[in-house]
Each structure stands twice: as structure tokens, then as C-alpha cells.
Design a protein around this ligand. Structure first.
Ligand code: BG6
Length: 492
């Protein structure tokens, strides 16, 4: 496959939190890949900023290590890495103090035509402070864009505060709120699948869809992120953003165009149509879990208390819930969502399960009819499968069998799937906000999440324990089986 790279205009980008995990693991590798593919050249400049004093060479060396440590970067990339590093600088900047700001302003220089990006890969309590300082030091130009990572706040009220502070300096079209799930290849493909094909749309409603499952399962534990994670938990860390965004893309009406606001208007309507879950129904519709010691990929792993260092924590590392979208298209169709750390395998997928055929012809034949399902696999093995029932080929009469129409992207296109951050960063430079969350979406998502949290806070019982390496607490299975359904497992 030949991929088309459309170069972006030269830009200057500062990464606050430039010595952090996100910068080394995601942002720099993404920028490097775009540079290596010549989407931008050495007339663009990148500067890492954080409080830690460090000179430019040491910083470049740390980034070089990070790039070489990534799969995909080999010695053949050495030349490209060195050319890329030549675009990278470092300035020690104190977000809450005065140190470094004059140097940063001088680094940007006086020109105002070049796109300026301010990536805040920092804790959210610094977002407002940094925005205000950028403005106070005259670094914000009309061509400036600010990029913020989730989580935007810890609840609706704190998100509003952050968004107010950002909005005091930047207009909404200059603010890019990243949800990296929206940059994933298959997530974008969901838009193409739904809106570039006529086949699915007539079936994409309560008449033909029985239910939808969205699973984002991780095999890893919270690792070194315990301090952040314990204040967050799976509901805030994953459901409020990634899972709800996936739900929106499945459930939204066709937008009139791919224009950022046209798409976001439709997603917003879905968020607003979610039926509230609160203290009156949370016990029936939600399950929380927390992992205990167990095994992962054959090795013993500690429980959450050891990983986080918080012995009596009530923070959930697993959530399963049954959501409903109360509108004409989806009335009565459950959306089962689940996500967790230290589950049996890393697997993220959306499964749309269709209704049974209205009249069954195949009584008494070998095999059985299974309801059609469409699985959209985000990771690993990105691809889409449409499961159908057919007659098994060959003699011996009618025997039924389930087979997938299989579209595995790696095999079909023989291409490296770009990392989500690659696409999203280039979209920021291009000024395309379609794949970023608008302020009202963040507000609507919290408005649905906050009452769930409050209900859990009132509940006397802690999250249910589950063994690391399992599929979460038994209650998660019960949540869906109670309705006569099961979590998706591929037919052998
Ligand atoms: C992040 C969460 O947003 O997404 C992490 O904060 C999680 O806890 C990660 O591990 C999962 O992303 P991915 O792309 O690895 O599925």
C-alpha cells in the first residue's frame, strides 16, 4: 500500500512535561515517525520544557534512548533520528514560578505567522497556570494552539474550572483536548465503515441490533502510576473519556459533514441521551472491581494494594456497566461497557450483536444459527470481522458453521498502523479539531459520570476483588448474563 503523506506547514512546539513518561513514550516517538515520513522538516522546531535543569545534549540523548527503545526504530533510523534530534531543544521552565519564561519567549521569537503549539503533558492542575503564564509572557499568538491531555478534571466542577482557565486565554477553536482513542486507526475506520457503506446503516438501530459491547481490557497493572491512578480509578481514567467516545461513534447519527463541529454536535447528542445512572440504579447497572495478586502471562504479579502502595484503597481498577441511549434509534438496546487493568489479555473491541432471524428454518440440523455480530477490534490485531452463519462446504447434508468475513488490517494493507498520537499531533498543526473533544462534550460526559461516582461513594461495600489475570469480578459476567447474553468470545 502506498500511503499519502500531506506535509504540514512549519511549526514551533513546546512540550511542557517534556521529561515525563508521556513525552518520552508517546509524544516524541509520534513526532519522530511523522518527521521520518517527511510530514514536517527541519524548519519545524520542538522544545521540551520542565522544571528540571538539563542541557540540550542530555535531553537529546534521553530522547534518542527513548526512540531506540521503541519497537520499530532500528539502526537504519539512526540518521533520521539524528536529523530529528537537531530540531529539538530544551528549556527549564518553572510552571508556577518565573524561571525560564523569558528564555521560552525568546525561543519562539517575534514572528507571529508560524503555528505555535503548546502541549501540556502535565498534571491538570497546571493547565490553567500554564495558560495564564503563556499569555502573560506574550507567547500566545492568533496562530497558537494548546493541547491538553485527559483527564480534564476529576469531576464536572473541576473540569469547568480548567476549561474556564483555558478559555480565558484561548478561543475554543485553539483548544485541542486529546482523547487518544479517537486517533486510533480502527476508531477512525468505524466512521468509514458506518458512513461510507450503505449496507450497515439500515440495520444500525434498535430494530436489528440486539445490543452493543465495548471492552477495553488491559493486561498491565497500574505500574508506577499508582499515585495518579488511586485518585482516579477506571471510571474516570477510561470510561469518562475513551469508552464514552467509542460509544458515541457507534451510536451517533450521521453528521452532515466531517467538519469538526458537525461530528461533535452528533456525539454530544448521544452523551446527552444517556440514561442517568445514580444511587437509585447503580447497584443493578454497574460493577466495580479491584485486582488482587495473581498471574499475568505466566508470571506472578502483585495486587493493586502493592502496586499502588495504598493498602485500603477503594479505587476501582475494573468497571462494567450497562448503559442506555434514550433516543429513537437506540431505544431498548443495551450498551455493555467494561474496562479493567490486569485482565486476562489486552483486548479492545466493539461488538455489535444483531438480533436473531425472525423464523428459524434449520431445526434439527448439525450446528446452530448464531446471531450475526460485527466485531471491530482496536487492539491488538486491528481489524473488522462480520460473523455470518453458512453451510459448511462438502457432502454430508446441511451443517451450519460460523465464519467471519475477515478484514485484518495488517494483512490486508501490509502497512504500519500509525500511532494515535501521530495523527492527532498533525491534526493540531493543521488546525483540524474533528478528533478532539469540545468543551460541551467534556461537560456532558462528566454529567453522566458524576452521579455514578457519587452512588459508589455512598455504597458501603468496596470494589469486588478479582484475581489478576482473570476477566474481572464474577459480577461483570452476571451483569450481562442476567439479560440472557454473554461477553463476546470468538468462535473457534
Ligand atoms: C490512558 C489511561 O488514557 O489510556 C491509561 O490513562 C491506559 O490508564 C491507557 O493504560 C490505555 O491506552 P492504550 O492506547 O494503551 O489502550
Amino acid at each position: 500500500m502506498t500511503s499519502r503523506i500531506v506535509p504540514v506547514k512549519a511549526f514551533d512546539l513546546v512540550i511542557f512535561g517534556g521529561t515525563g513518561d508521556l513525552a518520552y513514550r508517546k509524544i516524541f516517538p509520534a513526532l519522530f515517525h511523522r518527521f521520518r515520513d517527511r510530514q514536517f522538516g527541519d524548519d519545524s522546531r520542538i522544545v521540551g520544557a520542565s522544571r528540571r535543569p538539563m542541557d540540550r545534549d542530555a535531553y537529546r540523548a534521553a530522547i534518542r534512548d527513548a526512540l531506540l527503545g521503541q519497537t520499530g526504530a532500528s539502526s537504519a533510523d539512526t540518521d533520521a533520528i539524528e536529523r530529528f534530534l537537531a530540531t529539538v531543544d530544551y528549556i527549564a521552565v518553572d510552571g508556577r514560578g518565573d524561571a525560564g519564561w523569558t528564555e521560552l519567549r525568546d525561543w519562539f521569537g517575534a514572528g507571529t505567522q508560524k503555528v505555535r503549539g503548546f502541549y501540556l503533558a502535565t498534571a491538570p492542575d497546571l493547565f490553567g497556570v500554564l495558560a495564564a503564564r503563556l499569555a502573560a509572557h506574550g507567547i500566545v499568538t492568533p496562530q497558537a494552539r494548546i493541547i491538553v491531555e485527559k483527564p480534564i478534571g476529576t469531576d464536572g466542577a473541576s473540569a469547568e474550572e480548567i476549561n474556564d482557565a483555558l478559555g480565558a486565554v484561548f478561543s475554543e477553536r485553539q483548544i485541542f483536548r486529546i482523547d487518544h482513542y479517537l486517533g486510533k486507526e480502527t476508531v477512525q475506520n468505524l466512521l468509514a465503515l458506518r458512513f461510507a457503506n450503505i449496507l450497515l446503516e439500515p440495520l444500525w438501530n434498535a430494530h436489528y441490533v440486539d445490543h452493543v459491547q465495548i471492552t477495553v481490557a488491559e493486561a498491565l497493572g497500574v505500574g508506577g502510576r499508582g499515585a495518579y491512578y488511586d485518585r482516579s480509578g477506571a471510571l474516570r481514567d477510561m470510561v469518562q473519556n475513551h469508552l464514552l467516545q467509542l460509544l458515541c461513534l457507534v451510536a451517533m447519527e450521521p453528521p452532515a459533514s466531517l467538519d469538526a463541529d458537525a461530528v461533535r454536535d452528533e456525539k454530544l447528542k448521544v452523551l446527552r441521551a444517556l440514561v442517568p445512572i445514580d444511587a437509585s440504579n447503580a447497584a443493578a447497572l454497574t460493577v466495580r472491581g479491584q485486582y488482587r495478586a495473581g498471574a499475568s502471562h505466566g508470571g506472578a504479579v502483585p495486587g493493586y494494594a502493592d502496586d499502588s502502595g495504598v493498602p485500603d484503597s477503594r479505587t476501582e481498577t475494573f468497571v462494567a456497566l450497562k448503559a442506555a441511549v434514550s433516543n429513537w434509534r437506540w431505544s431498548g438496546v443495551p450498551f455493555y461497557l467494561r474496562t479493567g487493568k490486569r485482565l486476562q489479555e489486552q483486548r479492545s473491541e466493539i461488538v455489535v450483536v444483531f438480533r436473531p432471524v425472525p423464523h428459524l428454518l434449520f431445526q434439527g440440523v448439525d450446528g446452530h444459527v448464531v446471531d450475526n455480530r460485527l466485531t471491530i477490534r482496536l487492539q491488538p490485531d486491528e481489524g473488522i470481522k462480520l460473523w455470518l452463519t453458512i453451510k459448511e462446504p462438502g457432502p454430508g447434508g446441511m451443517r451450519l458453521k460460523q465464519v467471519p468475513l475477515d478484514m485484518s488490517f495488517a494483512q490486508a494493507f501490509n502497512a504500519r498502523a500509525p500511532e494515535a498520537y501521530e495523527r492527532l499531533l498533525m491534526d493540531v498543526i493543521r488546525g483540524n479539531a474533528t478528533l478532539f473533544m469540545r468543551r460541551d462534550e467534556v461537560r456532558a460526559a462528566w454529567a453522566w459520570i458524576d452521579p455514578i461516582r457519587e452512588a459508589w461513594a455512598q455504597a458501603p461495600e468496596p470494589p469486588r476483588p478479582y484475581v489478576a489475570g482473570s476477566w474481572g469480578p464474577a459480577g461483570s459476567v452476571a451483569l450481562i448474563e442476567r439479560d440472557g447474553r454473554t461477553w463476546n468470545e470468538e468462535f473457534a
